[in-house]
Design a protein around this ligand. Structure first.
Ligand code: FES
Ligand code: FES
Length: 180
């Protein structure tokens, strides 16, 4: 710990965590390098690929674009908190069934972002899915399977509820139905 370090406290995958972080530490560094939550992937490190997507207070965020100090008093969820091998979520099962992954490198980020989408809107249209998931790139080109998986999981979730929001609006914490 240096004199510039800042002590933060937050919740990570449902468990309280507190510790000192440097003012320049990224949330991605904290998760992967210190807490060994390596399911959150390091990709472009420029907020352009979505591999590092986590949920912060239920909103999708690029962990490479957020300082660890800004996680203070926030609720962070990573892929490790989504569902284990014995307790896959409906969405995870749908990714398996619909071949929504090949090499799997982008999959944690895809799953976290899709989880946020289905939380915001239980039965999004294909267009809404495509727009929302635009922030997540897949070098293997599994896009068709990913969209099928999200549609399948949304069908299994039951009747429509929630208000569709755009990815951009969600990352800014703004719903489409709010006045701008
Ligand atoms: S590594 Fe964060 S968006 Fe690419
Ligand atoms: S499954 Fe390989 S990058 Fe998406």
């Amino acid at each position: 710990m240096t004199t510039n370090d800042v002590t933060i406290q937050c919740t990570i995958n449902g468990e309280a965590w507190h510790g000192a972080v440097a003012p320049t530490d990224l949330l991605l560094d904290l998760l992967r390098d210190r807490l060994h939550l390596t399911g959150t992937k390091r990709g472009c490190e420029r907020m352009a690929c979505g591999a590092c997507t986590v949920l912060v207070d239920d909103m999708p965020m690029s962990a490479c674009g957020m300082l660890a100090v800004d996680a203070d008093c926030r609720n962070v969820a990573t892929i490790e908190g989504l569902g284990g091998s014995q307790s896959l979520t409906c969405l995870q099962e749908a990714f398996v069934t619909n071949v929504g992954a090949q090499c799997g490198y982008c999959t944690p980020g895809q799953l976290m972002n899709a989880t946020a989408l289905l939380h915001a809107c239980h039965q999004p249209t294909r267009q809404q899915i495509t727009e929302w998931m635009r922030a997540n790139l897949c070098r293997c080109g599994s896009y068709a399977g990913i969209i099928e998986a999200i549609e399948s999981a949304s069908r299994a979730a039951g009747p429509a509820s929630g208000t569709p929001v755009s990815q951009t609006a969600a990352r800014a914490g703004v719903r489409d139905d709010e006045p701008s």
